[in-house]
Structure formats: C-alpha cells, structure tokens
Write a protein that binds this ligand. Structure first.
Ligand SMILES: Cc1cc2nc3c(=O)[nH]c(=O)nc-3n(C[C@H](O)[C@H](O)[C@H](O)COP(=O)(O)OP(=O)(O)OC[C@H]3O[C@@H](n4cnc5c(N)ncnc54)[C@H](O)[C@@H]3O)c2cc1C
Length: 445
C-alpha cells in the first residue's frame, strides 16, 4: 500500500492562559422570580409571562418539570371532578398540556376509572412542552441553579442568590414564588416553616419497565395482593402499589416502593440509593408473581427520588383535613380538587379517603403566603396544610391552579403587599379554576 500523501500540519488554535480574578457574582433584575420548575412553578412562570411580566425561572435540576418529569410521576391526578367522566377543575396550562400531548402519538391516555379520570402522560413529551413554552414566552431560565442565600428587608424578599457549576448568580425581583416543593426559598429567607414531627410521609422511587405484555397486565387488586403476599420474601417495604400503562407502548411506570425523604444532605443521598434497590426488589417480585406480564420486564429508567411532603410554609391559615372533608369554600379560594386524601404515612401502604361524586375542596390564598411576607408566595406541595389535607391538594391538578394564582396574586399586589390584594379582582382572574365546569367529553355517569 502506498504511503499516504504527507498532510500539512493542522494550524494550532490560539490558546489563552487564564486565572480567576475574584469578582462579585452577576446580578440580574426581573419582575417575577419563580424558584422551582415543577408543575406548580411552570404554571406560575408561564402565567406570569402571559400577563406580560418579565420572568426568571430557577431550578437546581438540569431540566424543567420537577417531579412531573424527573421523578416520572406518570399521571395527572386531581384535574377532574369525581365520576367516570367528570368535568375539568383546572384550566390554564392544563388545557395546553392536554391538547398538545393528545395530538402526539400515544403521549396521553385518559383512564376513566370507576371513581375519577386520571391522565397518563409521556414524561418526555411533557418535558418538551415545558421547554418549548418557556422559549416561546421569553422566560429566562436558570437550570442547575441551587438557592444558597436569600436577601430580605423586613417582609420583602429582595434577591435570591444561587450557585451553579458556571458560577454564582443573584436574581433581584419585585415578587417571588416559592415552588421548590420543600419551601427552600421561604426557609432560607428566615420565615417560619413547618415539618412533620413524630410522623413521616414516605416518598417513592418510580421506575419505567419495558418489554411488558400489556394484555396480561394484573388488576390493581391483584398487584396489591401479590405485593402483600411476597413483599417480605423479596425485601420490599411497600405492600401495595400501582402500574401505569399507556396502551400500545409495552412499558409501565411502577409506583411500588416507599422510601424516606430526609432533608439532610447525606441522609437524602443514602435514601435515594436505597430507593433504587427497593425498586429493583419490587421489579423482581413482579417478574415472579406475574410472569405473563412482567416475565421479560427490565428497568429502562429510574426517576429522580419521588418526594411527597417534607417541609412547607407556615402561613396565616393551615388548610385542615376537616376543611377538606367538609369542602369548605373560602372567600379567597384560588384552587380546588376532588382528589382523595392520599397519605403515605406508613411504610407498607397509604391512607386513602375517597370523596363522593359531587365533592370538591378548595385551597385558600391565605395558605400560600408565608406569615410576615409581603412579596413572597408559595405554590404546589409546600403550601400550608396539615399532613392529610396536603396529601390531597399536592397532586398536579391543584398544583397547576396554585401556580396560576400565585402569578396573578403577584401581578395584582400593590405597595400594600400580598395581604392587601383585591380578592374580587383575583377571583375574576382565577374563576375558571374555582367555579368553572369545563366538560372535555360527554357526561356518561
Ligand atoms: C412518587 C409520587 C407519585 C405521585 N403520583 C402522583 C400522580 O400520579 N399524579 C399527581 O397528580 N400527583 C402525584 N404526586 C404528587 C405530585 O407529583 C407532586 O406533589 C407535584 O408534582 C409537586 O409539584 P411541585 O411543583 O410543587 O414540586 P416539585 O415537582 O417537587 O418541584 C420542585 C422543584 O424545585 C426545585 N428545587 C427544590 N429545591 C431547590 C433549591 N434549593 N434551589 C433551586 N431549585 C430547587 C426542584 O429541583 C424541583 O424541580 C406524586 C408524588 C410522588 C412523590
């Protein structure tokens, strides 16, 4: 073989040698800063941008969507009233998401169960909807940005300071939304927070398994019975669970583990790894108990740790289980749901309190404003409620409504701050999510 023709040497790129010169972190200004890009924060950010506000959205994860994407939650709950074909309780971005995913191949599936409608979704399609929406609306996004400090003067939060792998950055804003799930912003600002004492709410390590045989899928009851029968032998802590299957894809999202969700950094990491082991054990159990469906199943994806309830704000009002059961209608109601109380307060299972067909319960604005705060409002799973009440209103339907209400409240807040909001004006803006009856389909109950 002839020698290859000699090649001219590649011209070397110019290289600079640099060393860091200490400089104050970069600071940026905006109208509304949303901390947390889960479903509640996404709703708040998008609603605020649609109101014409400049928005900065911060998340410590490298992606948008929080648990709805990262933890592979897999279904939207609490979006519809009870019954097999109930009406839609929350609009706003819920409409856009449902319409967009329904138009894609097998990205959405309505399960008209005996009690309510649950919406199964493809988390990749949802993530892309979030990404394209923030870009279209010009929302400034800070990903991989963890809150490390909050600057506050009296009741006003002035700025949040974040660490990113690319350096620190501070965001000054007129109003802030704490959609961090763990009340991280409220906590770091030094406002009072609450957390369970002598009790704990378990999280779940979700997994997606592939190569399942949908035609042989066990019923919910059979799955629970198998977990109860074989749980001890397989070392699985939880003794019941759910498998969500979007028809025609040969995959299932499994909600079959219980894990602790501590807020201490070392313990949180250890719990995350233990959760994956629990998931592996549960998958082995399902392979054994349901060979026709799960015999060839293998894990395709582990979600980020699924965290239900950790720390939340202390507001002027703590939404109570009694108010949820009574369906108390507050004068400052901004969100509603009919979802059961779903309290994962013991390792082996959860407490489930179903409501009748006409029941709805409400979230008041006063449970979203940290006591003493003028321009800070919480949305999502860190609003003020007792353990049982929160276990219902933290599902994604009402989280969307809370996020929208947070955006409108900050938009309306004048110099008097959030406590002096014109409630009639706020109600006018969120009426659909409190009083509307939107039928997506013909009533069939
Ligand atoms: C296993 C599991 C199953 C569930 N099943 C369902 C279901 O089937 N249907 C349903 O509707 N609901 C379900 N829920 C409840 C629901 O998913 C959550 O309550 C809801 O998604 C919470 O949304 P969020 O926006 O409040 O919080 P999250 O989704 O937790 O978002 C909070 C965001 O804040 C960010 N963040 C936190 N701290 C910081 C910080 N210090 N700095 C910067 N960013 C920070 C996080 O990265 C995260 O992205 C489930 C929950 C779990 C855990």
């Amino acid at each position: 073989m002839p020698d290859p023709a000699p090649r001219a040497p590649t011209p070397s790129a110019r290289i600079r040698t640099i060393a860091r010169t200490p400089a104050p972190p970069r600071e940026i200004d905006t109208d509304i800063c949303v901390v947390g890009g889960g479903i509640a924060g996404m709703s708040a950010a998008i609603e605020a941008a649609r109101l014409g506000r400049r928005v900065v959205l911060i998340d410590s994860a490298p992606f948008l969507g929080g648990q709805s994407v990262g933890a592979i939650i897999a279904t939207f709950c609490g979006l519809f009233s009870n019954g097999t074909h109930g009406y839609q309780l929350t609009r706003g971005i819920a409409d856009d998401i449902l319409d967009s995913l329904a138009a894609q191949d097998r990205a959405l599936h309505y399960r008209h169960g005996p009690h309510t409608v649950v919406v199964y979704y493809d988390e990749i399609a949802l993530a892309r909807w979030f990404e394209t929406s923030v870009r279209a609306l010009g929302i400034e996004v800070l990903l991989g940005a963890t809150l490390r400090e909050v600057r506050r003067a009296g009741g006003r939060v002035e700025a949040v300071c974040c660490a990113t792998r690319f350096g620190d950055i501070a965001v000054r804003a007129n109003g802030f939304v704490d959609a961090s799930g763990d009340a991280a912003l409220t906590w770091l600002a030094g406002f009072a927070c609450r957390q369970p004492e002598g009790a704990q709410v378990f999280g779940t390590q979700m997994v997606v398994v592939e190569e399942i045989n949908e035609a042989a899928a066990p019923t919910r009851e059979a799955l629970a019975a198998a977990m109860a029968e074989h749980g001890e032998a397989f070392g699985v802590r939880r003794r019941e669970g759910l498998a969500f299957i979007i028809p025609g894809r040969g995959v299932a999202a499994l909600n079959v583990t219980h894990t602790t969700t501590p807020l201490e950094p070392l313990a949180a990491s250890a719990a995350a790894l233990e959760g994956r082991e629990q998931a592996d054990r549960a998958v082995a159990l399902l392979r054994h108990a349901f060979p026709a469906c799960f015999g060839a199943a293998r894990v395709r994806a582990y979600g980020t740790p699924g965290i239900r309830q950790t720390r939340w704000i202390a507001a002027r009002h703590t939404l109570s289980e009694a108010e949820v059961i009574a369906g108390t209608r507050f004068d400052d109601a901004i969100a509603r749901t009919a979802w059961p109380i779903e309290l994962h307060d013991h390792a082996s299972g959860h407490r489930w309190h179903l409501f009748d067909r006409d029941h709805v319960h409400y979230v008041p604005l006063r449970s979203m404003i940290p006591a003493g705060a003028d321009n800070l409002i919480a949305a999502g799973r860190c609003i003020d409620a007792d353990l049982a009440a929160l276990s219902s209103v933290r599902v994604m339907g009402p989280c969307i409504a809370m996020g929208a209400a947070a955006a409108h409240a900050l938009d309306l807040a004048g110099p008097g701050g959030l406590d002096r909001i014109d409630l009639a004006a706020l109600h006018g803006r969120v009426r659909d999510n409190v009083d509307g009856q939107h039928w997506r389909w013909q009533q069939q109950d």
